[in-house]
Design a binder for this molecule. Structure first.
Ligand SMILES: CC(C)(COP(=O)(O)OP(=O)(O)OC[C@H]1O[C@@H](n2cnc3c(N)ncnc32)[C@H](O)[C@@H]1OP(=O)(O)O)[C@@H](O)C(=O)NCCC(=O)NCCS
Length: 174
């Protein structure tokens, strides 16, 4: 188990720490432009940091989007990162669950994620085949596209996920 972890919405002053976190957690992938783009979206993004001993232990972002022209807003979970020295201590799980609580308060019913089912299935994510990713996925990634319904989920959704500009980059989906 982890010690004290405070989870709160990120603030502009957290940017340097969030950037450092992504550089360390993803040494082979540059997610910094995506993260900067998402944090500039304002209310379209729910961005949470986990703080432990006055330092950023983890970060998670949910982008609010729509499935084609459907009125219902949905959320795209990503990215998620935990500081390398603090992984496997529950920080990522706490951030995911805190995010769910934020989304429920905002009336969001469906969450989508492109990630390892070995990790995300523990939260209830299951393979998604009605709502398509904004760009085609490589065949061996199909099982990585998952969704989860929260309390306020409405009618089943079908179509292509429509994402804001920082996500309109085919390289993020390939
Ligand atoms: C993936 C990540 C966010 C998980 O956060 P975390 O705080 O380490 O994870 P938690 O402590 O909540 O959960 C730990 C469990 O997840 C598993 N896990 C951790 N990373 C995993 C991964 N990439 N794939 C599958 N399972 C993973 C652990 O084996 C552990 O399983 P157990 O409970 O059965 O022992 C974190 O390890 C990380 O930032 N990794 C580097 C960046 C990354 O790969 N991000 C992917 C999300 S976009």
């Amino acid at each position: 188990m982890i010690g004290e972890l405070e989870i709160r919405e990120s603030a502009p002053g957290d940017m340097a720490g969030i950037v450092e976190l992504y550089v360390e957690a993803f040494p082979d992938e540059d997610l910094v432009p995506l993260v900067r783009g998402l944090l500039a979206l304002g209310r379209e993004v729910i961005s949470l940091v986990g703080i432990r001993e006055n330092a950023i232990a983890g970060h998670i972002s949910f982008t609010l989007c729509r499935v084609e022209e459907a009125a219902e807003k949905v959320a795209l979970l990503a990215p998620l990162a935990v500081a390398p020295g603090l992984q496997k201590q529950g920080v990522g799980s706490e951030l995911v669950r805190a995010g769910f609580a934020h989304l429920e308060r905002a009336g969001i019913g469906s969450i989508f994620v492109l990630g390892d089912p070995g990790y995300y299935s523990r939260f209830g994510f299951r393979a998604e085949d009605k709502v398509a990713t904004p760009y085609p996925l490589p065949a061996d990634w199909r099982g990585a596209w998952q969704s989860l319904k929260l309390r306020d989920a409405k009618a089943p959704l079908a179509g292509r996920l429509s994402v804001p500009k920082p996500w309109r980059n085919a390289a993020l989906w390939a």
